[in-house]
Design a protein around this ligand. Structure first.
Ligand code: SF4
Length: 697
């Protein structure tokens, strides 16, 4: 009851890309209760994370004062007790901590050049914070070595979308499924990772919509599917090309749409001829007849949507996987009309917005290329700044390699935890230990902050003012329900002060001024004003000042030459490492319902941690029997990178030669094991396929 609380504040859930709107009920200075409210993406619904995963913001581990590494601290390593920081760090005033950070970073710049410093911003932060972060690196250090977790998420999807349809965002909101008669969900597990979106998908099947689920794991949505294609890990291209081969061979494509809106169709058609269902069945493990049935169902629909997740993107052929999905939608005319489209389900609360805001090394805000002189000039004019490099910057894993090599000597890391999230994470940790100046801005002493020289205590989403953009391109306001604890500050304000101390002429007195500056060079924000966002959620693009925005785009052509989308043929590329006698099984990684990414927030949420307190992995019961272990026993997983010990669980839906490992648990960190090989276009690591040995202990 509202009279039981001192205040109620509207904001947005901090976890997945669905972007559920919430009401935060505060009593005695603490958020006590979270309720779903009527946002366009959730219509009052919340999943268990949104409903119960809020009390981490009041956890005793919160960083509340700036910290500086002690002169006599032990050697850098993953060795700090988050409940006792005094062994490694001393408290400092903001003035001292910011001065040490600024002098450290500018000192490296002045001695070794700007490229000796790089930055990781965060999709946990607001659009305004992401914008300021990339501006800080570009303006302050004159290069583009700035990135964030999109590199580990949908970078390959974005690369294929920009290449072939001219824009990296979804072409239709997930709510458009109510107008679809068929939907494909591939390489995604929305019941655990986008649970509120999954409720819309389930409703779709209840009213007769045909659902096709494709995944090497027997993910939960299979229970609602008309077709479940549990294909071999890494065999996406062979399966999708076989489906498209049937569409070509049986003449099921939409010739009028192809003629009007696409290019390169003849090359695609010729390329697909070799991928017969019979030939591809061997590779992907799906029967030819099912491939034919799925092709006919999707091509025969009036409107079809395609959703995909990290199972598609996190491969060395992730860009090719997405190219296939784009081709499938184009050849069947399934873009730009109600109930049709391409929708990579965004993993993190604001990964769409942070990417839009330019927190990526090859693009300025709104995906404007850093290599375009006119674009850079437009930004430097607004920023009142000298020009900066026209070279595409380094990506997350490339930056870590350069740190390891000693070429990057300083980093500013805001809200990301690469010492848990990077592939082959021991390599990343060794790299961070070499940094001469490492400034970490976060709310907890993350694994990454273990290696910091200066730690700046920051704000959780429920303490922030600003905007975020969800998987649907919907821009929403977040508002502080409570202030950051003790001396912690909002992230945007910290970046502004650090920039000023690094000599940049920045003057912002309110975060709304940052939003106003973003609008000057971001057409996606046309007609979206701070004033409107006080009461509205707006789906960009918004065509006029009362338009709530466009849930479907590209109904009349694409933002490419002559308005045409492109078919880019994709060939079968094997995963980077094949199982062999030493590493005979396949490991894949991901999230589970209760835990969020590297666990820094959800493992400090009482209810979520109580439900899933222990590191676990899933194997088929027959595999466990073969090992002579029972569910609940500890097992050892070993790859060419390292080894972890973890509790085994039985899961009949997983293939007998696979093991699934969530990456939230530091005590059995999945990324100790993962393969750092990357997709050549999106530069995304192959998290979804590592050859592994599984042993009883
Ligand atoms: Fe939060 Fe995503 Fe759950 Fe919605 S579906 S409550 S945004 S975690």
């Amino acid at each position: 009851d509202s009279k039981d609380f001192d205040s109620e504040t509207e904001s947005v859930c901090p976890f997945c890309g669905v972007g559920c709107k919430v009401s935060l009920k505060v009593k005695d200075g603490k958020v006590k209760y979270v309720e779903g409210i009527n946002g366009p993406a959730n219509e009052g619904r919340l999943c268990v994370k949104g409903r119960f995963g809020f009390d981490y913001i009041h956890h005793p581990h919160r960083l509340t004062k700036p910290l500086i590494r002690r002169d006599d601290a032990p050697a850098k390593g993953l060795n700090v007790d988050p409940g006792n920081l005094d062994t490694h760090f001393r408290e400092a005033s903001w003035d001292e901590a910011l001065e040490v950070a600024a002098k450290g970073l500018t000192g490296l710049r002045d001695t070794h050049g700007g490229r000796s410093v790089a930055g990781f911003g965060s999709a946990k932060c607001t659009n305004e914070e992401a914008y300021l972060f990339q501006k800080f690196i570009r303006q302050g250090f004159k290069h583009n070595n700035v990135d964030h977790c999109t590199r580990l998420c949908h970078a390959s999807s974005v690369s294929a979308l920009i290449e072939n349809v001219g824009s990296g965002a979804v072409t239709a909101t997930f709510n458009e499924i109510e107008n679809a008669d068929v939907a494909i969900i591939i390489g995604a597990n929305p019941i655990e990772n986008h649970p509120v979106a999954a409720t819309y998908f389930k409703q779709f099947t209840k009213r007769g919509g045909k659902l096709i689920v494709m995944d090497p794991r027997g993910v939960g949505m299979r229970r609602f599917a008309d077709e479940m294609l549990q294909f071999r890990p890494g065999a996406d291209v062979s399966m999708l090309n076989a489906i498209m081969n049937v569409i070509v061979e049986e003449g099921l494509y939409d010739q009028a749409y192809i003629d009007k809106y696409t290019e390169n169709w003849e090359a695609e058609k010729q390329h697909l001829a070799q991928f017969t269902p019979e030939a591809m069945s061997e590779i992907c493990g799906i029967e030819p007849e099912q491939l034919r049935r799925v092709a006919r169902t999707f091509a025969g629909a009036k409107a079809g949507l395609i959703f995909w997740g990290m199972g598609v993107s996190q491969h060395i052929h992730g860009t090719d996987n997405s190219r296939c999905l784009i081709s499938l939608a184009l050849m069947t005319g399934n873009v730009g009309k109600p109930g049709a489209g391409l929708h990579p389900l965004r993993g993190q609360n604001n990964v769409q917005g942070a990417s839009d805001a330019g927190l990526i090394p090859m693009f300025l805000p709104d995906y404007q290329s850093v290599t375009d002189d006119g674009v850079r000039q437009a930004f430097t004019e607004v920023w009142d700044s000298d020009d900066f490099s026209n070279e595409k910057g380094l990506t997350v894993t490339e930056i870590v390699d350069e740190v390891y090599a000693g070429n990057i000597k300083g980093m500013y890391i805001q809200g990301e935890n690469p010492a848990m999230s990077d592939p082959d994470v021991e390599h990343a940790r060794d790299a961070f230990a070499k940094l001469e100046v490492m400034v970490v801005q976060d709310i907890f002493l993350t694994e990454t902050a273990n290696y910091a020289d200066v730690i700046l205590p920051a704000s959780a989403l429920y303490e922030k003012n600003g905007t975020v953009s969800n998987t649907n391109r919907q821009v929403q306001r977040v508002r502080p329900a409570v202030p950051p604890p003790a001396e912690a500050r909002e992230d945007w304000a910290v970046t502004v002060e650090l920039a000023q101390r690094c000599g940049l002429n920045w003057n912002y007195s309110d975060v709304s001024e940052v939003f106003a500056e973003m609008k000057l060079n971001m057409k996606s924000l046309d007609n979206i004003t701070w004033e409107r966002l006080k009461t509205e959620t707006i789906t960009y693009p918004s065509l006029h000042e009362t338009d709530p925005g466009q849930p479907i785009v590209f109904g009349d052509g694409f933002p490419r030459a002559e308005g045409r989308a492109k078919f880019t043929p994709a060939s079968v590329i094997a995963p980077d490492e094949a199982p062999d006698a030493d590493f005979p099984m396949i490991m894949t990684t991901g999230r589970q319902l209760e835990h969020w990414h590297t666990g820094s927030m959800t493992r400090r949420s009482r209810v979520l941690d109580a439900v899933e307190p222990e590191a676990n992995c899933s194997l088929h019961p027959s595999t466990l029997r073969g090992l002579g272990v029972e569910p609940g026993d500890m097992i050892r997983l070993t790859t060419r990178r390292g080894s972890i010990e973890i509790m085994a669980r039985a899961d009949r839906a997983i293939a007998p030669d696979m093991v699934f490992v969530p990456f939230a648990y530091v005590e059995a960190a999945a990324n100790v094991l993962t393969n750092p090989a990357i997709d050549p276009y999106g530069k995304i690591p192959e998290f979804k396929f590592s050859a592994v040995r599984v042993e009883a202990i």
